[in-house]
Design a protein around this ligand. Sequence first.
Ligand SMILES: Cc1ncc(COP(=O)(O)O)c(C=O)c1O
Length: 506
Amino acid sequence: MIEALPQASLRCRAFLDDRSPPTPCLVVDLDVVRESYVRLREALPEARLYYAVKANPAPEVVRLLARAGAGFDVAGREEIELCLAQGVRPELISYGNTVKKARDIAFAHRAGVRRFTFDSLPDLENIAGHAPGSTVSCRILVDSPGSQTPFGQKFGCSPEMAADLLTRAAALGLDAEGVAFHVGSQHLDPGAWEDGIAAAARVTRAVAARGVSLRGLNIGGGMPGRYATEPPPLAEYAAAIRASVERHFPVAPELAFEPGRAVVAGAGLIRSEVVLVSRKSPTDEKRWVYLDIGRYGGMAETENEAIAYRLETAHDGTPDGPVVIAGPTCDGDDVLYQRTPYRLPLALRAGDFVDILETGAYTQSYSSVSFNGFPPLRTYFLGGEPGEVGEFAGRHVLAEFSGVSPEVLDDAGFLCDSLQRALEKAGATVCELTFKRFEPQGITVLALLSESHASIHSYPERGSVFVDVFTCGRRADPELAVHLLQELLGAGAARTQTIHRGQEDG
Ligand SMILES: Cc1ncc(COP(=O)(O)O)c(C=O)c1O
C-alpha cells in the first residue's frame, strides 16, 4: 500500500553496519514515518487522521506526528500521558478503547480529552458521568474475514444496539457524533470497509428517525503494511472507501480514520542474529533456524503466523532450502513460522544476520520486559528534524558488570582507556577524562562528554564494575557504549537498566 520506500531499509542497514549495535534491535527511520503520514493524509484528505499510538508508542514517533499535525487514537491513560508529554493538544486525542475504567475516563477528562468511543451502556454511562458533554462515537461489530489480525467479537455492538446507545448518549447530554468500526488490522482487500459503512449508514438513519442527528463516521484502521504478500496501492483503499461512503450516506459525514500500522510499519527494520541452525534428524530437509529474536522479543504478530515478514540475509541469491524459524527462548510457542513456507540460504550460519523488514509497527511495545532474561527490544531512531527529540532528553544507562578479573579492576590506565574507546565508538565526544584511586575500595573513572557524562567504579571486593552513562540527544548511544565496555573489560555478566529522561524537553 505505502509504495516502496527503499531508503528506509538502506539507511537503517547503513546505520547497523556502521554502528554494529548488539542484536536484536529495531531501527526506525523517522523521515519514513513522516512520509507515510503525508501519503495517508493525501490519500484521504476529507478524513481527520488519528494515529493509533499502540502501533508504535515511541516518544520520537509521537512527537514527530504531533508536529506534523496528526490527531491521536489512544488506548488508555498511559498513552494519554505519553501524548501530552510530547506536546499533543488534548483536543486532538481520541480515547478509542471501549474497555476503560471509570477513573481513567475521569483522568482523560481532567486532562482535556473530549472524544471517546464506547460500545456498551456501562461505558457510556461512565463517560456521561466522568466526562460530561464529551463527543462520543459508538463502535459497531463488523465481520472482517479478510483481516490478517482480526479482532474477533471483542469490540463493538450490534447496529441495533448502537442506535439505542447513541440515542441514549444524546439524552445523557453527550455530543453523539456517529458510528465507529474497525475492519481488523492488515487488510488486503480495499473493499473491506463496505459492510461497515453500510451498517453505519443504517444506524445513522435509525437514530435520525428518533430525532438525533449524527454527523460523523470513524472508519478505524486496517490499512496494511508491506509484508510477504504485496498489498494493493493506497489509492485503491481510498477510492473504495470514498465510493462506499457516497453510496450509503446521502449527506457526506465528517470522516475520521485511525491508521496505525500503515503509518509506521515501513519505517522499521529489525536486525537479528542467527543463534543456531540445526535439523531434527540427519535426513530432514527442513532446517530449524533459531534467531535471537522471537515471539516474546517483539515478533508477537507472528502468532498464528498472521504476519509474514520479509526477511533478508547477506547470502540472498545463493541456493536455499525450506526452514522453520524459531525464537531464542525456552518456550515451545516461541516459533515464528512453521507452516508458512519460508526458505533461507543453505549457507546461513550461526552469527549471520537476518534482517526483518517492515517492522516499525506492533513490535517494540510488544517485547517482554525480561522473559527468559531477555531485555526489551532496543530501538534506534534515524532522521527526523533537530529538536524533534528534545536536545536535553536522553538516556541514562546504569549497569553492574560482574566476573571482572582482579588485574583489570586494579589497572587505572586500562579502565580509562576502555571507557574512552567504548564511549567514542558509541558516538560520544569525550572532552575530559580523570580518575582517582581509593584505597582499598577501587578506582573511579569520570568522563566529561559533550553529551553529558559517564563514570565507572571498580569494586575489587565484589569482582565487579559499576557503570553510569548519561547522554543527551540522539548522537551518542549509551546502551552501545555500555555493551562495548563490557566486552573490553572482559566482564562475564552485566545487569543493565536504561532510564529515559526529559522526553518533553526540546
Ligand atoms: C481502535 C483502534 N483504532 C485503530 C487501530 C489501528 O489499526 P491498524 O494498525 O490496523 O491501522 C487499532 C488497532 O488495534 C484500534 O484498536
